[in-house]
Design a protein around this ligand. Sequence first.
Ligand SMILES: Cc1cc2nc3c(=O)[nH]c(=O)nc-3n(C[C@H](O)[C@H](O)[C@H](O)COP(=O)(O)OP(=O)(O)OC[C@H]3O[C@@H](n4cnc5c(N)ncnc54)[C@H](O)[C@@H]3O)c2cc1C
Length: 440
Amino acid sequence: MFDTIQSGLIDRRKFLAFAAGSTALVAAAPAARAAKVKTSARIVILGAGAAGTALANRLVDRLDGARITLVDPRKQHLYQPGFTLIAAGLKPASYSVSDTGHWLPGGIDWIQEAAAEIDPEAKKVVTSGGRTLEYDYLVVAAGLSLDYGAIEGMSLDLIGTNGIGSVYAGPDYAAKTWQEMDRFTDKGGVALFTRPATEMKCAGAPLKYTFLTDDYAVRKGTRGKTKIVYAAHAKALFSVPIVNEKVRMLFGERGFDVVHDHVMTAIDSGRKIATFNTPDGPKEIGYDFTNVIPPMKAPDVVRNSPLPWTTGPWSDQGWVEVDRHSMRHVRYPEVFAVGDIAGVPKGKTAASVKWQVPVVEEQLVAQIEGKTSDARYDGYTSCPLITRVGRAMLIEFDYKDNLTPSFPGVIAPLEELWVSWLMKEIALKATYNAMLRGRA
Ligand SMILES: Cc1cc2nc3c(=O)[nH]c(=O)nc-3n(C[C@H](O)[C@H](O)[C@H](O)COP(=O)(O)OP(=O)(O)OC[C@H]3O[C@@H](n4cnc5c(N)ncnc54)[C@H](O)[C@@H]3O)c2cc1C
């Protein structure tokens, strides 16, 4: 199986060269910047994932004298877009793991504890170790929490057993998911795919993994003995209408059974049955393999603070109430949110982080200088939709659901192309790493 895939990769060396060149362009050093802004501002950043690390690196380049404190207990940095490649058996678990400290700039304080309490009235954060950090500016970049406990009967130790996979849970769990998918596609049966009704990171990932499982069953010759069921949480498969239509057509062509308005509430791993909430009451669907995607919400420290939306559709999920263009909190002007935790109507991808971070940087530096900035985030997000190994659609869009292709006239967003697979699944990591360093 992998020899075939690998030889396909080698045959396409010129595309690799193209991708490497494109990546180098994106990752090029930033243009010469103005002199550093002198300040003694105390800036606290919560979270050293994709967003917090990228911002810290950029602020160190822009500010002279600022006291920047990064709070995050996690010693390992996780390159999450790699999880799908791990769960497709194309990369080992180590592909997504590096040291957090490796990416952090000199001259900042990294407190290896969790933020336990945020008090935006008093402008302070208390850490899990009991330290109190007073700030002039706070950037919340704490990502999101995977709420496996909200699915009755589900727990992390089930992943890799009895046909249960979960690409989202981390690199080792992604590897266990591959073991289960590989085992399943050797013989066939019912493969059940779902997504939660909450906001979620990389909303294309549930679709990708459905396509990939189909592809492996086809390659192994077991597709005829395999039924693929996709349980959509709503009436649509994807939030952008034109993309939804394309996915609907592809699902039809590949012979997937789709049920709508189904939200998984429970799993019985012994009997291999999942229960769904539907408009007609609870429904059960049996499976031989399933990729469990949990509901997602803000980490407790943010949910329990005064920062989240208190009205509207997200009042139960805890996302920070920021202006969708400036990323500044609507009630606390010295607070920003960036990345998955931000309560904006699009995003929750590393690609969004890449466009949000420079906006926060500009807004924050202008505020320190007593100026205003017109830097805005327009909702750009990117969803590389793998449709089989070696093929993807490079879908990019904004708040208005406009398609915003990075390579107009070169890469058609709604076509299943090798080059799209390459750009987003293989070359993405170099761009992501450049972003972490503040250079993309
Ligand atoms: C399976 C999967 C596939 C994906 N595919 C893609 C893709 O193809 N393209 C793409 O662009 N994006 C993709 N993404 C999404 C992307 O990885 C995330 O959107 C991105 O990592 C968000 O960055 P972040 O900094 O907001 O959060 P994270 O990178 O998750 O970092 C959050 C950090 O906050 C820390 N933290 C949490 N709580 C606290 C606390 N109380 N105190 C201090 N620190 C705390 C955590 O330890 C963590 O280090 C994918 C994600 C997954 C899971």
